[in-house]
Design a protein around this ligand. Structure first.
Ligand code: ADE
Ligand code: ZN
Length: 338
């Protein structure tokens, strides 16, 4: 293990862009299919892995929605979330802000509260067993209507103690942020944090809409914002955090080579960029694997890595006091190394 990879492993980190349904490993998919007496369109784990070959976001989404159909009971959501938290514990991820897609479940007849309750029970256990803190963000599926999103927000009203924010995900091109203007305004009135996927495949204009029309607090992906000097300046000035996902970008052909990833340019231009795994089971790696891959491809320095890791706490929805505690623990660790 190189010195810089050891640093990546040892530093406490936060993950801010993680779809819990995208952490469903093929082994657990099979186990849950069996438990729920469902038949998967794959004969074995090898076949599942072979299907994970994508040329664009939609290729992945089709397989992702099919995969989550094995999640039926509260215990399934618990097992899924616990498996992710075990990875976090192994990789020294100390704080997570996870997404879930309620509509991916309610449209199959699995209730909002079944999904949320299983996820939340695991998050509470992860906090008590390992001290991993958390926030929960429910995403609206942007290929569905704003009316559907309102329905989902209404279902969330009975559970606001367990939900910290709303997000926007699924098929980006053709579903601009402005489509969800009213439901985001309503979520804001309810005191929820706002985030949205934008500029993953969609044009810079979608990032502009997410900022100016949805009033997001944080930008998920944002790669294509780098095509606009005006957007770069705004993101820098307002220090809006970007939750960038390198291995996801590679697998979904958002970049054709990690050596061309925009992270160095984002860092150089003073953006609050963070590294995340998005859907680790589908994209070939959890959080540390993302750091290892970009460090190697882009020859990032320890200073870059420390900045990215500190940004993961700065860009989180933790309180200022909590952020300071994490940043302090990073500095303490680094001072002990000298
Ligand atoms: N849902 C899960 N992962 C996603 C991604 N990377 N982009 C859009 N929607 C998603
Ligand atoms: Zn995502």
């Amino acid at each position: 293990m190189s010195k810089i990879n050891t640093l990546i492993e040892k530093l406490p980190k936060a993950e801010l862009h993680l779809h819990i349904e995208g952490s469903l490993e093929p082994e657990l998919m099979f186990k849950l299919a069996k438990r729920n007496q469902l038949k998967l369109p794959y004969a074995n784990i090898e076949e599942i892995k072979q299907a994970y070959n994508f040329t664009k976001l939609q290729d992945f989404l089709d397989i992702y929605y099919a995969g989550m159909s094995v999640l039926i009971e509260e215990q399934d959501f618990y097992d899924l979330t616990m498996a992710y938290l075990e990875k976090c514990q192994q990789q020294n991820v100390r704080h997570v802000e996870i997404f879930f897609d309620p509509q991916g479940h309610t449209e199959r007849g699995v209730s909002f509260s079944t999904a949320l309750s299983g996820i939340n029970r695991a998050l509470k256990d992860g906090l008590s067993q390992w001290g991993i803190s958390y926030k929960t963000i429910m995403c609206f599926l942007r290929h569905l209507s704003e009316e559907d999103a309102f329905d989902t927000l209404n279902q969330a009203k009975a559970h606001l103690d367990l939900i910290d924010g709303v997000g926007l995900d699924s098929s980006e091109v053709g579903n601009p942020p402005a489509k969800f203007k009213n439901v985001f305004a309503e979520a804001k009135k309810m005191g929820l944090k706002l985030v949205a996927h934008a500029g993953e495949e969609g044009p810079p204009a979608y990032v502009e809409e997410a900022l100016s029309i949805l009033n997001i607090d944080r930008l998920d992906h944002g790669n294509r914002a780098m095509e606009s000097a005006k957007l770069i300046e705004r993101l820098r000035k307002e220090q809006i955090a970007l939750t960038v996902c390198p291995l996801s970008n590679l697998k979904l052909c958002v970049v054709d080579d990690l050596t061309k990833h925009p992270i160095p340019s984002m860092l150089k231009q003073g953006l609050l960029v963070t590294v995340n795994s998005d859907d680790p089971s589908y994209f070939g790696g959890y959080l540390n694997d993302n750091y290892f891959a970009i460090q190697q491809a882009l020859n990032l320095t320890s200073k870059d890595i420390i900045t990215l890791i500190k940004n993961s706490f700065v860009g989180s929805f933790l309180s200022d006091d909590e952020k300071q505690k994490h940043l302090q623990s990073i500095d303490t660790f680094l001072n002990e190394q000298e």
